[in-house]
Design a protein around this ligand. Structure first.
Ligand code: MN
Length: 205
């Protein structure tokens, strides 16, 4: 793993930050159920090796973060966007557009394997080992540990490079348009999830 450079913000993003037009985003939450569990941390990276971590407190407001998430001109790169988008929708009342999902891209590009976790992608595509040890920890704690923050940062630091590698395969195999159509459908998929049409998938028999 490369060193995890990050800045933690307790009260919204500062106004003077300049993000690139492709931003990697991840969230940490109290659990895996968007209807039950709250959003605790939003991680953002421009692809420059530095993660910006915004801690979310119930009842606080995050206008700068929300403006960034609402910026349609910026491509937002997630890994398993379906979950993060539901969390962002329910906690910040934002419907993100212009999405790229490295998990969907991987499933369309890397049909030779069923390993599509972020750890698997970092290992195979970038030869980087990341730790998932802190994934299940108390993200609602007001005082997050250095290990937690490093872990949270590492979840956004590699997404740009992964996207570029996956795009090479998608273009080579002529699956880019299919990937884009799947990314466009994500907002509908999230809406179905939040309205109670999660599993089983309504497209299954
Ligand atoms: Mn994460």
């Amino acid at each position: 793993m490369r060193p995890a450079n990050y800045t933690l913000y307790q009260n919204d993003l500062p106004l003077d930050l300049d993000f690139s037009d492709h931003i990697a985003i991840d969230t940490e939450t109290m659990g895996l159920n968007p209807l039950r569990d709250r959003l605790c941390l939003v991680q953002i990276c421009s692809g420059d090796g530095h993660a910006h971590l915004v801690q979310i407190q119930p009842n606080d407001t995050y206008p700068n973060l929300i403006n960034l998430l609402n910026d349609k001109k910026k491509k937002k790169i997630f890994h398993y966007a379906r979950f993060d988008l539901a969390m962002i929708h329910n906690n910040l009342n934002v419907q993100c557009n212009n999405i790229y999902c490295t998990k969907i891209a991987s499933k369309l590009a890397r049909t030779y394997t069923d390993k599509h976790g972020l750890k698997d992608l970092c290992k195979e595509l970038l030869n980087v080992e990341i730790s998932k040890q802190k994934q299940s920890s108390d993200w609602g704690n007001k005082n997050l540990s250095e290990d937690q923050l490093k872990y949270a940062a590492s979840d956004v630091l590699y997404l740009h490079e992964i996207m570029n590698k996956l795009n090479d395969i998608l273009n080579r195999e002529d699956r880019m348009i299919l990937a884009e159509k799947c990314f466009e459908f994500l907002s509908t998929r999230v809406y179905l999830d939040l309205q109670g049409w999660g599993e089983p998938d309504i497209f299954s028999h």
